[in-house]
Write a protein that binds this ligand. Structure first.
Ligand SMILES: [Zn+2]
Length: 273
């Protein structure tokens, strides 16, 4: 049976500052995972960790791996070379200090590791990271790099990359666009048989992981249009949230797949072989 690792990108998606929903929802996710005896990887935005050190401690106490999701949630394509090393180092050291565990994993906001931002790979290594989970190896409306492999690989500087799982649906002769089916809006909105199909057809060497955000688990957040996402994008950001927790449990419950270890353990095993 395939193993799938749970990952959560702990970020505030711009909910009003006086109603910080991300920490509240993250704690609900921690509770649900405890009931399912699942350990995963939590990629936390540095600013959010700074504002909520208790949350970081709760994640660590529950046995999960802590990793960094940028100091701010800015895509790597728009960060300036000047401050990036300081930001990543500060973010990593802060998590280590609060959680009392080594922090070696980095995930770029919105999978923004694309050819034009690959200069950041050396910065990640200099900041002390040993693995990245930042590449979407498919074409995508936001960021994606279809030239990258779908299996774990090493960048020339030694950093291990665990690319985002993608599935190609449709007939081989006429495949639909490869799809990051195990996370976010795709995971919430795709018909369940397609999720199951993707898992059943995943390559043996792929590292499979779910990716999610606190808002994915938050059906009670009042809807509001997000001008930067457009009308459809705003609707999609809310669609299917009420089924998210159930779907996560279903992927990990041992019928379709079973829960894998935190990504840091997968990266270490890959680096050692
Ligand atoms: Zn994010």
């Amino acid at each position: 049976m395939r193993e799938v690792t749970f990952t959560l990108d702990v970020e505030d998606h711009g909910a009003r500052a006086d109603t910080p929903r991300a920490p509240m929802i993250t704690r609900q996710v921690i509770e649900a995972l405890a009931e399912q005896r699942v350990r995963g990887t939590f990629f936390v935005v540095g600013e959010l960790a700074h504002a909520h050190p208790d949350l970081v401690r709760d994640i660590a106490t529950a046995g999960h791996e802590l990793a960094l999701h940028g100091w701010t949630h800015q895509p790597l394509t728009t960060v300036a070379p000047d401050g990036l090393l300081d930001d990543l180092r500060r973010g990593r050291e802060q998590l280590e200090a609060i959680a009392q565990q080594p922090v070696v994993g980095f995930r770029a906001p919105t999978f923004s590791l694309v050819p034009e931002s690959q200069w950041t790979l050396d910065v990640m290594v200099a900041a002390g990271f040993t693995y990245s989970s930042s590449v979407l190896p498919a074409r995508s409306p936001l960021f994606g790099d279809a030239s990258q492999p779908r299996v774990p690989f090493r960048w020339p500087n030694g950093l291990v990359e665990l690319p985002c799982p993608v599935a190609t649906f449709g007939r081989p002769a006429k495949p639909l666009v490869a799809n990051p089916y195990l996370g976010g809006v795709y995971f919430r909105v795709l018909p369940w048989p397609l999720i199951r199909y993707g898992l059943a057809h995943a390559g043996d060497d792929e590292a499979l992981w779910l990716y999610s955000h606190p808002y994915d688990f938050d059906p009670d957040e009042p809807f509001r249009a997000r001008p930067e996402l457009g009308r459809l994008g705003s609707r999609l950001m809310w669609l299917g949230r009420s089924r998210m927790a159930r779907r996560v449990a279903r992927v990990l419950d041992g019928t379709t797949a079973t829960a894998g270890p935190p990504l840091g353990e997968i990266a270490a095993a890959f680096a050692a072989h």
